[in-house]
Design a protein around this ligand. Structure first.
Ligand code: SIN
Length: 532
C-alpha cells in the first residue's frame, strides 16, 4: 500500500515540528514519521537553551563573532550572519505558540551564559528548555488538521527516480518518497511525496558515551548519503565537557549553564585547571574545555574531574537547575555541598548533510534541517545553544523553499512507486550478534575516533568499521528488517563517514585534534563525501 502526501518529514524534534507546522499552514498535507514516540527527540533533552540577541548590551555582530571564533575559521560567515539576524523573529514565533522563557525578578528575560559567548544571551526555561519547546510545538501540531503524525515508523531509505530521458548527471534526478518500517507490525510501507525533509537529528549514539537519547543513530545522514547526496565536515563531533560520571555507560548532561553561573572545573588534587588552558577559563569554547579535561584525566589517570558550584545557595541551584539538582540527588550528590564528578561525552554532530541556506540538499525535493544538516553555521565547533536557533531559522527557510519547489512542479498524476523488496525476510538466532556489533562499533569509535586522534588510530577504526559494514551488507541484511538492524546499518555508515572525513583533514582545527597534524592549515576547507 502507498500513502500519499505533499510533504514527508522524518523526525519530530524542534526542526521537524517547526517545519511541518509552517508547511501545513501553507495548505500542504504533511506526514511526520518518527521511529519511536513523538516526544523522543534530541530536542526534548536540550537543557541549555537558545542563543539569540535580545539584550540592550548585546549585538548581532557580537553573536556572529562568538560563533566564528568557536567555529575556528570554518564557519560560512554569510550563513552565520543570516541565522543570527533571523533569530529574534523565529523566537518570537515560539513565544506566540505559548512558550514561556524564564524571566528574572524585574520581568526581563533571565539570560544564561555558556562557553564561548561574550554576553549573556541564552533564553532558557530553567534547565528544561528543549522539553518546553517540544511540548509547545506538539500542542500546535495536534491542532493542525493537515498534519498526520506516524509514531513508530522508521524511515529506511528515500525513493529517488531518474526522469525518463533526463539529462545525465551524477545521482538521481529527484526524490519521490520513502520506505518506512511500521515498527509495530513489521511491514514496510511506501510513502509517496515530492518533498522529503530530513530532520532526524545527529549521531551521538555512534560513541560509547553520549549525552544523546537512544534515537540519535544518524539515520538521516546515512539515508542522504545512500541517495547520493553530499555530506560534509563529519569529523567534527562535539564532546560536551561535563556529563555526570557513573561507572555504567549512561551519561547525564550537566549543562554548560552551570559553569555560566560560576561553576569551576577542578582536577582530583582540587586545582582549578582551566585558567592554564585558555584566557576564558571555564567558559572557553567547548572543544578547548573537553580537551583540557581529557588531558587532566590522562595526566592523573583519574576516571573524571570535579565540577564545583558549592559557592551557590541551595535555593538558587534548585530554582535555576531543578532537573540537574534532582538527578544529582538521585546519585547521592548535593550540588550545593558536593563536588560533582564529570567526564566528556559525545554530544553534537557539527557536520552532516550539506544544505543551502534554504535547507535544500543537492537532490531536488530532498531537504534537511537541524542537527542532521550542515549549513556552515557551526564550522569546526558549534557555539553552545546555537543549535536550537539554527533549527528554527532553517525550518522557516526550508518551508519557504518547499513552497516555491511545489509551486514549480508540473501538475500531473504521480506515477506509482516501486514497492519495497525484502531481500531475505527470515529471522535468525544470530540476531544477538547485531547487538554485539553495536557495542563493537561504539567502543571502536570511542577508543580510536575520540577527543584526541592519530592517523594510525583512525586507520585502525576504518578497517574495523569496514568489516562490520561488510557483515551487515553480506549477511544481516538478509534478515527481516527491524529497528535494531536499521540503526546498526545507519550507525556503521555514519561511522565510516566520520572516519573518512577525519582522514581527509590533515590538520588540527576545532573539534578535530590529531596528534600527527597538530597545526591548523592557513586555508580552511570543508571535508566532503559523496557516494559514487
Ligand atoms: C548545555 O546545556 O550545556 C548544552 C547546550 C548545547 O549543547 O547547546
Amino acid at each position: 500500500m502507498t500513502r500519499r502526501f505533499d510533504v514527508l518529514v522524518v523526525g519530530s524534534g524542534i526542526a521537524g515540528l517547526s517545519f511541518a507546522l509552517k508547511v501545513a499552514r501553507q495548505g500542504r498535507s504533511v506526514a511526520i514519521l518518527t521511529k519511536k514516540n513523538k516526544a523522543d527527540s534530541n530536542t526534548n533533552w536540550a537543557q541549555g537553551g537558545i542563543a539569540v540577541v535580545t539584550a540592550q548590551t548585546d549585538a548581532f555582530a557580537k553573536h556572529v563573532k562568538d560563533t566564528l571564533v568557536a567555529g575556528d575559521g570554518l564557519c560560512t560567515e554569510k550563513v552565520v550572519r543570516e541565522i543570527v539576524r533571523e533569530g529574534p523573529a523565529r523566537v518570537q514565533e515560539l513565544v506566540d505558540l505559548g512558550l514561556t522563557f524564564s524571566r528574572d525578578k524585574s520581568g526581563a528575560y533571565d539570560l544564561g551564559r555558556e562557553g564561548g559567548h561574550s554576553e549573556r544571551r541564552i533564553l532558557h526555561v530553567k534547565d528544561m528548555t528543549g522539553k518546553a519547546i517540544e511540548d509547545a510545538l506538539l500542542q500546535a501540531i495536534a491542532n493542525e488538521p493537515l498534519v498526520a503524525l506516524f509514531e513508530h515508523f522508521f524511515a529506511i531509505d528515500v525513493i529517488t527516480r531518474r526522469r525518463p530521458g533526463g539529462r545525465r548527471r551524477v545521482g538521481p534526478d529527484r526524490v519521490e518518497g520513502l520506505y518506512a518500517l511500521d515498527v509495530r507490525d513489521g511491514r514496510v510501507v511506501t510513502f509517496a511525496a515530492p518533498v522529503v525533509m530530513l530532520a532526524s537529528g545527529g549521531a551521538g549514539q555512534v560513541y560509547l558515551y553520549s549525552t544523546n537519547p537512544d534515537i540519535a543513530t544518524g539515520d538521516g545522514i546515512a539515508m542522504a548519503y545512500r541517495a547520493g547526496v553530499e555530506v560534509r565536515n563529519l569529523e567534527f563531533i562535539q564532546f560536551h565537557p561535563t556529563t555526570l560520571y557513573s561507572p555504567d555507560n549512561a551519561r547525564f548532561l550537566i549543562s554548560e549553564a552551570v559553569r555560566g553561573e560560576g561553576a569551576i572545573l577542578r582536577n582530583l588534587a582540587g586545582e582549578a585547571f582551566m585558567p592554564a588552558y585558555h584566557p576564558q577559563a571555564d567558559l572557553a569554547p567547548r572543544d578547548i574545555v573537553a580537551r583540557a579535561i581529557d588531558s587532566e584525566m590522562k595526566k592523573s589517570g583519574a576516571p573524571h574531574v570535579w565540577l564545583d558550584i558549592t559557592h551557590r545557595t541551595p535555593a538558587f541551584l534548585r530554582n535555576r537547575f531543578p532537573q540537574i539538582d534532582r538527578i544529582c540527588r538521585q546519585h547521592g550528590l548535593d550540588l550545593a555541598k558536593d563536588l560533582i564528578p564529570v567526564v566528556p561525552a559525545a554530544h553534537y554532530t557539527c557536520g552532516g548533510v550539506a544544505t543551502t541556506l534554504a535547507a535544500e540538499t543537492s537532490l531536488p525535493g530532498l531537504y534537511a534541517c537541524g542537527e542532521v544538516a550542515c549549513t556552515g553555521l557551526h564550522g569546526a565547533n558549534r557555539l553552545a545553544s546555537n543549535s536550537l536557533l539554527e533549527a528554527v531559522v532553517m525550518a522557516h527557510r526550508g518551508a519557504a523553499s518547499v513552497q516555491r519547489y511545489l509551486e514549480g512542479l508540473p501538475a500531473k498524476r504521480p506515477s506509482p512507486l516501486p514497492e519495497w523488496v525484502d531481500l531475505g525476510g527470515h529471522d535468525s538466532d544470530e540476531r544477538v550478534v547485531v547487538s554485539h556489533n553495536w557495542n563493537e562499533l561504539r567502543h571502536t569509535m570511542w577508543d580510536y575516533v575520540g577527543i584526541m586522534r592519530t592517523t594510525k588510530r583512525l586507520e585502525r577504526a576504518r578497517s574495523r568499521i569496514a568489516t562490520l559494514a561488510r557483515e551487515i551488507h553480506d549477511y544481516y541484511w538478509n534478515f527481516s528488517v527491524d529497528p535494531q538492524l536499521l540503526e546498526l546499518r545507519n550507525l556503521t555508515q555514519v561511522a565510516e563517514l566520520i572516519v573518512t572525513c577525519a582522514l581527509q583533514r590533515r590538520e588540527s582545527r576545532g573539534l578535530h585534534a590529531i596528534a600527527d597534524h597538530p597545526r591548523r592549515r592557513m586555508v580552511a576547507r570543508a571535508t566532503r563525501v559523496r557516494a559514487d
